[in-house]
Design a binder for this molecule. Structure first.
Ligand code: PLP
Length: 660
């Protein structure tokens, strides 16, 4: 990486470097000449959209913040890319089978997202996967007769019935057996329907492999995992089918290593393991058609491939091509070796298809600086600890060598500790404590400035500590718990950057905090070219001037995992399509309103009519007892009622001083 030096003027290219855009954006996002984030949603086309123009247009259409902006074309681009990459791997290896993507809708069930995936997947024979009854009900109505629909997850009586009905209608719906009892139930249901050997239900099996996954979700695979049949159970199931003369009904073998597979070693081993099972079954006449390698194709959120300071679990060390190659070549090798026909390969890639298409836009609504204003000059009779602090400050201003700076900051830290102790014991008055604190922050800023000027590599511990202490808290209009739950839950890192002012050097160190009153409602890991990832370089915030930050790669899992902490709830959405015929190269196809206070409250059993009745009653009493005049009371009541229609997030109007 080339460090920006102050000798050359700051350019948008420097911003692109700083926020490591090239490493996480998969080619979709960049910084344009105006210093705005731009998106090219259609690979191979130079159609470019300025995201700030999208925000303006969305606001004109009534959207509020936080706002999820979906670039629908990116979904199709990802579907195409995945399928074309597999086609390439198949052609290069001479594999005689084919490949199909199965989209697991749990990653993002929004109807429009699923519809986009299916539309783009038509020419590739894309299928769907569901993992619960509600998901099954949604997908059953979407699929055509040649769409493969796989059903994972726990399957009860009613789910199995739905699947058998679908098979009866001629739909390609396969229950993927995860527990032996599901298989037994399926047979009971089939018998009740009088299904003969010829039409024993079609099914797949998830197998527990001895290969364990890696990365954060490794528990999903391996013999200790929650799902899948053990090898003896698989053999028992095959015997049972053979006895019924229905060995053809076993159509699919499946494993799932867990999401965000960190490297391809483990994947190769798992694919080889299941391919051997497949070959064995073929040899004994059980002609399985599909080999399903599950999900786990990773997305590079961390923007970097490991390294000491990187969040390794947010990164992956392989590309799409390597992923496809590993699978295709491993299966081909074994099929060649064992002389069995090549199965149709399936991957249940969810994250890799939807992560890139959406970004969360949130305005900054205030900045808090954790330091204090300089105090008045020292009084003659200041307590010794304050005088010590004052002389440390003088020292800080005088010195510039590394050793001396370190000494000064240590002195200041000690004096601060002492001042706090004295204050607790009642030996230091409030005024003096304030003076000591204020001097401490001045020293810290001075020392940090000088450390930074020295440009030491690696930076001394003291410098890194000061950087973290002296960050500004940027309050943004969003909720971590609603919109990037994985950041809170598992420390997932998401790329974040301003959408605007990127032609201007971001000179502040910022940490982003949300609207919730939860101390966990903050972002404490960032993607940037800086060594220290605990803060993000941001611009000076100018009160009253919009400053939008965007969180990228939030299209997988986040929206549906999000919760209603502090009753903030669902954000608004704008669905954007690229088009060369439109001004700005885009049009907004649809907007979805954020949840209203009224609807949010109803989910926890506060109903508008009841709230209204109670407030009316309260105000009536206040009027009767003369606390407020009737007109005033009505104004207060009307304001309350009107607010129920608002969204749950902040209004971004700045409260201005009334001119007298
Ligand atoms: C969650 C899940 C997936 C999707 O995994 P991604 O990592 O998002 O691709 C696929 N298959 C099964 C069985 C799953 O549980």
């Amino acid at each position: 990486m080339t460090e920006h030096t102050s000798s050359s003027p700051w350019t948008p290219a420097d911003a692109e470097e700083l926020y490591a855009v090239k490493t996480w954006s998969a080619g979709f996002f960049s910084v344009n000449d105006k210093g705005h984030v731009a998106v090219r949603p259609i690979p191979g086309s130079d159609l470019e959209i300025d995201t700030t123009e999208v925000i303006d247009a969305a606001v004109k259409e009534g959207c509020t913040f936080p706002l999820i902006v979906r670039f629908q074309d990116i979904i199709s681009a990802r579907v195409r890319r995945l399928n074309l990459t597999f086609r390439e791997a198949i052609a290069e290896s001479g594999y005689t089978g084919t490949y199909r993507t199965i989209y697991p809708i749990k990653v993002n069930q929004l109807h429009e997202v699923v519809a986009e995936v299916m539309e783009a997947g038509k020419e590739f024979n894309l299928g769907l996967e569901c993992g619960s009854r509600a998901e099954l009900m949604a997908t059953l109505a979407l699929i055509s007769d040649d769409t493969l629909l796989l059903c994972n997850g726990v399957k009860d009586h009613s789910m199995l019935t739905l699947m058998l009905n679908a098979q009866q209608l001629g739909q390609q719906v396969l229950p993927v057996i995860e527990k032996y009892s599901e298989f037994e139930q399926l047979l009971v249901l089939a018998d009740q329907r009088g299904l003969t050997t010829a039409n024993t239900p079609k099914l797949g099996v998830r197998v527990k492999l001895s290969t364990r996954g890696s990365g954060r979700w490794f528990e999903s695979g391996g013999s200790g995992s929650k799902f899948g049949l053990t090898v003896p159970e698989l053999v028992k199931l095959v015997h049972e089918l053979e006895q019924r003369g229905a060995s053809d009904s076993l159509e699919l073998l499946h494993f799932h290593l867990g999401s965000q597979i960190a490297d391809t070693q483990v994947l190769r081993s798992a694919v080889r393991e299941i391919a051997q099972f497949y070959a064995d079954l073929h040899k004994r006449g059980v002609k399985v058609k599909f080999l399903d390698v599950g999900g786990g194709l990773g997305v590079n959120y961390g923007g970097s491939y490991g390294g000491e300071y990187e969040n390794v679990e947010s990164s992956i060390n392989y590309g799409l091509k390597e992923y496809a190659n590993v699978i295709v070549f491993a299966v081909k090798d074994i099929c060649d070796e064992r002389d069995v026909p090549a199965p149709t390969l399936l991957s249940e890639s969810g994250r890799a298809i939807t992560a890139h298409h959406s970004m969360l836009v949130m305005p900054v609504i205030g900045v808090h600086r954790p330091d204090s204003p300089p105090m008045n000059t020292l009084a003659e009779n200041s307590p010794p600890v304050v005088r010590r602090m004052a002389s440390a400050y003088k020292e800080a201003k005088a010195v510039r060598a590394r050793g001396a700076l370190t000494e000064v900051i240590h002195d200041a830290q000690e004096a601060r500790l002492e001042a706090e102790q004295l204050s607790r014991l009642g030996y230091l008055d409030l005024e003096s404590l304030a003076q000591a604190e204020s001097l401490y922050w001045s020293i810290s800023r001075e020392v940090l400035r000088k450390f930074t000027d020295l440009n030491l590599s690696p930076a001394p511990v003291e410098q890194t500590e000061l950087e973290t202490q002296l960050t500004d808290l940027y309050l943004a209009d969003f909720s971590v718990f609603q919109s990037i739950l994985d950041h809170w839950a598992i420390g997932q890192v998401f790329p974040i950057m301003p959408l605007d002012r990127l032609d201007e050097e971001p000179v502040r160190r910022g940490q982003i905090v949300d609207l919730t009153c939860d101390s966990d409602g903050k972002i404490d890991q960032y993607v940037s070219a800086h060594v220290n990832k605990s803060w993000l370089p941001l611009h000076d915030y100018r009160q009253g001037e919009p400053y939008y930050l965007a969180v990228f790669l939030v299209g997988a899992y986040q929206e549906i995992l999000g919760d209603a902490h502090n009753l903030l709830g669902r954000a608004g959405e704008a669905h954007v399509y690229a088009s060369a015929d439109e001004p700005g190269n885009f049009w907004i196809e649809e907007t979805i309103k954020a949840i209203s206070i009224k609807d949010m409250l109803s989910t926890v059993q506060y109903f508008p009519s009841d709230l209204d009745r109670r407030m009316t009653e309260l105000i009536r009493r206040k009027i009767e007892t003369g606390v407020v005049k009737p007109a005033e009371g009505m104004r207060i009541l009307n304001n309350y009622t009107k607010r129920l229609e608002d969204t749950t997030y902040c209004d971004t109007e700045v409260i201005r001083r009334v001119e007298q």
